[in-house]
Structures are given as structure tokens and as C-alpha cells.
Design a protein around this ligand. Structure first.
Ligand SMILES: *Cc1c(COP(=O)(O)O)cnc(C)c1O
Length: 440
């Protein structure tokens, strides 16, 4: 399978090239040349299949031409070594919990898959180690660092703003050791991003080191996120409550949305034949996509801070992919996706209301998706909202909403007990360059 650029001004790329480069040379996003349609038999038998079995089939449809089946199967199995439960919390409203991986957030799925696929291609090319540079304001750093931990042929440098990420977030990428290096930058998140950009533009650095990025636009990070839409459908099909025909016509997914990678993966699943009636994009106050769905005008702007901060995105990068997927047709996009946006007070109230009424505790991002589903779900529809983070990752906000203490899972607490190891650098590029060369 070849991958074209959404800007259509770059030559088509192989999977290997698309994964190693991340972004096309015309700054567009890579898209698969065609979208494979899965067989009727696959859907007939889906209810009897496990998460890993379903994911292997979906992965093979996209990547099967370019990676031997055995290798791809093991990448999928290694990635998904945790559960993705589907829980009914009230009649016809289900939550799909995507946060049972090592960093307790859904980005683990994409980061773990990408790390293994990149490692395969690095070995395949027989080249020196690849250096992954990633700037983080908190959550991406932990998913990428843990996803790449111990993966052969890859060294990861996480740049983060000193004193500007939460203690728990910091612990998740500064305590790992092995192939993960944390660079504590005396500056802001924007400084970290600017440093990474300068590194990619520096000729000497690129000659001496194989640099790449691990951000969410990489096809190996976003496509695997389609796996769990199929799995959620399979879990619904397993229940006796729904007749086959009702299921095929009435399933609605509500997705907490920032850069729109998760939603785009769902739209891909739909195009592959998964019968999803429609999608809901849930935004916080950063409502650029919701506004677009309401009036057809896309106006990116700077982000504003909210309590669902992983969705504080003012220019969602995967918008280009959605636009391309529907050939730029606003009508087609609008008929498949509706958008809703909520402010911090509404999100906080939803966390409290849901908890008091059902006992289910949602983190701020998931609560946003729950709110949108509740507001828009029709009576005959079967709704699934995606839960993207464990509530304990946002412990202060969540405890404030429910006026009660919650416990931190052992897997999350363990990071706090490990020793922090970082290299402190200034926000001057010369120092970053020296550090990268000396640690590589
Ligand atoms: C990244 C993230 C999101 C947003 O996902 P996108 O794919 O960027 O739309 C939502 N919730 C949490 C917890 C996240 O970390």
C-alpha cells in the first residue's frame, strides 16, 4: 500500500517511508491510497473474536502488504496486552474504557504500536539507531516514553518545560531510564517545540543522527486507533439485548476530541465497512471543529486552557485527514459527524451528576463525550462514548467535582516512587545540540 499526502504535492510514499518520516515533504499528512473493505464473513463472526484477533485482521488490511504476517501479528499482540472493557452505565449508554495501558490513557495504543512498527523498519533498513524527539506539555511524553521503553533500535528524547507539568506526568517519563532520556527545559512548552523544530532543521545534527518525531500525525500512531471501534461493536453484538438489524443501524460513537486522531480512526473504521450510524465529536471550549460542523467554516485559532487539557487544541491536525476522507464535502462530513462543545463548569457538573446518579467516575475528557452523547442520543440509538483517561490522572479536578477522595491505581502510583533522572538544559538550541550529540 502506498500513502499519499493530503497536500497532494509530494510523491507517494511506502509505509516504511511514511512511518519513518511522519510528515510528507509538502507538510501534508499521509493517507492510505485506498481504504480496504472488510469481508461480510469478518463481520458475521466478529462477536466471537478477541480484541487481538480483530485487531490483527484490521492491521493486515492496511499494513499486510508491507510487513510479514507473523511480524505484524506480534506487533499487534504486544501492543494490546491490556483490556478494553465496554461497560453499560445506563440503558443503551456504554463506555469504552481505553485507559488500561501503562500510562492510563488511550494514547498508549497508538504509541505502543508505532514504537514496534518503527523498530521493525529500522532493523529492516539496517540503519543506525533512530532518535525520536518529542516535545510535551505532559501527556504525549508519557505515552511515547512508555510506548518506546525497551524497544530496540530507538532512543527517545522527551523535552518538557521545567515546573510546568504535573508531578504525576513528570514521573511517567523521567523515571524510566533505559532508552528514554528526559530533557528538562528551562522555558515553556512553546520553547520545547521550537527546540525540536530547530533540531529537525539542523544539517549537522541530521547528518550525524537519524532524527524522527513521534507525534500523533504518524500513520502508525493514528490508524491502530481504529481497532477498538471494531472491538466495541463486537462486544455489543455479543450481548443478547440487541437484534442484529438494530445494531447495524443504530450505533453512535461519541469521541472526546482534540487533534481529532481518535475520531478520524473511527471514520476510517466506518469506511472499512463497520456499520456505525454516526459520530459525535465532543469538544471543550476549544470548539473549532464543532463550529465547522455547525457552519462549514474552519477557522483555527490559539488554544485556551480547560480542565480537559489534552483537548486544548486550537488547530486540530487531523482535520486535513477528515476533509480528505470525504473529498472535501462539507455535506458528507456533516451528515456523519455532529459536534458539541462544553465549558469547564458543564464538564465538572457532568462528572458530579454521573457519579452521584450511577456511581461511574469519568475523567474530564470522557465526561465531555458523555455529555454530548446524552444531549444528542435518539431513543432507538445505542450510544458508546470513549473514555480516554483514568480519572486518577486528573485527581485534583475529579476529587473537587465529587467532593470525595479517590484512590490512585498501583500502576500509576508506582511511577511516583521511582527516582527522577533528567538532564537540565536552557532553551538555547546550542545546548540541546551538544546534549543530543553527547548522549547519542
Ligand atoms: C490526546 C487526548 C484526547 C484527544 O484525542 P485526539 O485524538 O487528539 O482528538 C482526549 N483525551 C485524552 C485523555 C487525551 O490524552
Amino acid at each position: 500500500m502506498l500513502f499519499y499526502s493530503t497536500n497532494k504535492k509530494a510523491p507517494k510514499a511506502s509505509l516504511q517511508e511514511a512511518v519513518i518520516k511522519g510528515l510528507a515533504s509538502d507538510r501534508g499528512l499521509f493517507m492510505p491510497e485506498h481504504i480496504p473493505y472488510l469481508s461480510d464473513n469478518f463481520f458475521k463472526e466478529i462477536a466471537d473474536k478477541s480484541l487481538v484477533e480483530i485487531s490483527k485482521t484490521v492491521a493486515e488490511a492496511f499494513f499486510g502488504d508491507d510487513i510479514p504476517k507473523e511480524k505484524l501479528d506480534s506487533i499487534v499482540a504486544d501492543t494490546l496486552n491490556f483490556e478494553i472493557p465496554l461497560i453499560e452505565i445506563e440503558k443503551d449508554i456504554f463506555v469504552l474504557e481505553l485507559f488500561h495501558g501503562p500510562t492510563f490513557a488511550f494514547k498508549d495504543v497508538g504509541a505502543r504500536f508505532m514504537a514496534r512498527m518503527l523498530s521493525y523498519f529500522v532493523k529492516e533498513r539496517n540503519q543506525d539507531d533512530v532518535k525520536v524527539l518529542v516535545a510535551t506539555s505532559g501527556d504525549t511524553g508519557s505515552a511515547v516514553a512508555n510506548g518506546f521503553l525497551g524497544v530496540e533500535g530507538i532512543q527517545v528524547f522527551v523535552l518538557y518545560p521545567s515546573g510546568k507539568v504535573s508531578e504525576m506526568q513528570e514521573a511517567q517519563f523521567t523515571t524510566l531510564g533505559q532508552n528514554i532520556v528526559a530533557l528538562e527545559v528551562d522555558g515553556t512548552f512553546d520553547d520545547c517545540q521550537a527546540l525540536v523544530k530547530s533540531a529537525f532543521m539542523d544539517e549537522e545534527l541530521n547528518q550525524k543522527l537519524n532524527l524522527t518525531s513521534a507525534n500523533s500525525i504518524n500513520v502508525a500512531r493514528f490508524l491502530p486507533q481504529s481497532f477498538y471501534y471494531f472491538y466495541a461493536f463486537a462486544q455489543l453484538a455479543k450481548l443478547n439485548s440487541y437484534k442484529e438489524s438494530a445494531l447495524a443501524e443504530n450505533v453512535v460513537f461519541s469521541v472526546p476530541s482534540g487533534n481529532l486522531g481518535n475520531l478520524t480512526a473511527g471514520l476510517f473504521a466506518n469506511k472499512m465497512g463497520l456499520p456505525i450510524k454516526r459520530f459525535i465529536a465532543a469538544n471543550n471550549n476549544n470548539d473549532v471543529f464543532t463550529k465547522y460542523l455547525q457552519n462549514g467554516v474552519y477557522s483555527p485559532r490559539s488554544s485556551v486552557q480547560t480542565i480537559a487539557n489534552a483537548m486544548d487544541v486550537g488547530a486540530p491536525s487531523n482535520f486535513e485527514r477528515i476533509f480528505d476522507l470525504y473529498d472535501g464535502s462539507y455535506d458528507d462530513i456533516k451528515s456523519k459527524v455532529k459536534g458539541f462543545a462544553y465549558n469547564d463548569d458543564q464538564i465538572a457538573e457532568a462528572i458530579k451528576e454521573l457519579y452521584n446518579r450511577t456511581g461511574y467516575l469519568a475523567d474530564p475528557h470522557s465526561a465531555c463525550a458523555y455529555l454530548a452523547l446524552r444531549e444528542d442520543k435518539k431513543e432507538n440509538e445505542i450510544g458508546v462514548f470513549l473514555s480516554t483517561a483514568h480519572p486518577a490522572k486528573f485527581i485534583e479536578t475529579v476529587e473537587g467535582c465529587i467532593e470525595n477522595k479517590i484512590s490512585i491505581p498501583a500502576g500509576l502510583a508506582k511511577f511516583m516512587e521511582l527516582k527522577k533522572q533528567t538532564y537540565s538544559i536552557s532553551n538555547d538550541f546550542k545546548q540541546l545540540k551538544k546534549t543530543l550529540l553527547s548522549l547519542s
